[in-house]
Design a protein around this ligand. Structure first.
Ligand SMILES: [Zn+2]
Length: 180
């Protein structure tokens, strides 16, 4: 998110240096009311879904907005007033219609390109898959056949596989389209 105007008083923002706990720091700030754009990373929830009623296969899905044929974890933003565990349970339900049996933390991963921090869970789920319009298609993978990718959520999948005694194998990420 890039701001041009102060969300508190509508004055144009400027790059201004101010004393902070860690020393002088230049940030986008409001010269009128001192509002500061901290630009802290946004938490994103992610799920490695293990289908309890499909031989423990892992469900990966392809986002409808992606031009490349890449399958990845179910992800979503936390809502105000919910715990991370409740958030990923909600996201899995909304995006796949699966019922969640159990939620266990895999780990926390940085994703600096998107200024996000990924909180990744192993989610045991069951039921009929019905995708939300955000998702174009899904695939089920045996844990010893699924491939990881070298980015935040891919490292979470790799750590999950290692915890189950599998040696994760990585694929290259498809080239990203130029930024618009
Ligand atoms: Zn202001």
């Amino acid at each position: 998110m890039s701001y041009r105007f102060c969300p508190a008083c509508a004055t144009p923002l400027e790059m201004l240096t101010r004393a902070e706990d860690g020393g002088p720091k230049q940030r986008l700030r409001c010269p009128a009311c001192e509002w500061t754009h901290w630009n802290n990373p946004t938490p994103v929830l992610a799920a490695v879904i293990e289908c309890a009623d499909r031989d423990g296969q892992i469900l990966l899905a392809r986002n409808a907005a992606w031009t490349h044929r890449m399958f990845a974890l179910i992800t979503g933003f936390m809502e105000a007033g919910e715990t991370p565990e409740a958030g990923i349970t909600r996201e899995v339900g909304e995006e796949t219609s699966l019922a969640v049996d159990a939620v266990n933390l895999i780990g926390v991963y940085d994703f600096q390109r998107m200024n996000q921090v990924i909180i990744a869970y192993h989610v045991v789920a069951r039921g009929a898959v019905r995708l939300s319009p955000e998702l174009a298609e899904y695939k089920l993978f045996a844990p010893d056949a699924v491939r990881c990718w070298p980015a935040g959520t891919g490292y979470a999948l790799a750590d999950f596989l290692r915890s189950r005694g599998h040696a994760p194998q990585f694929i290259d990420l498809p080239p990203r389209p130029p930024a618009t």
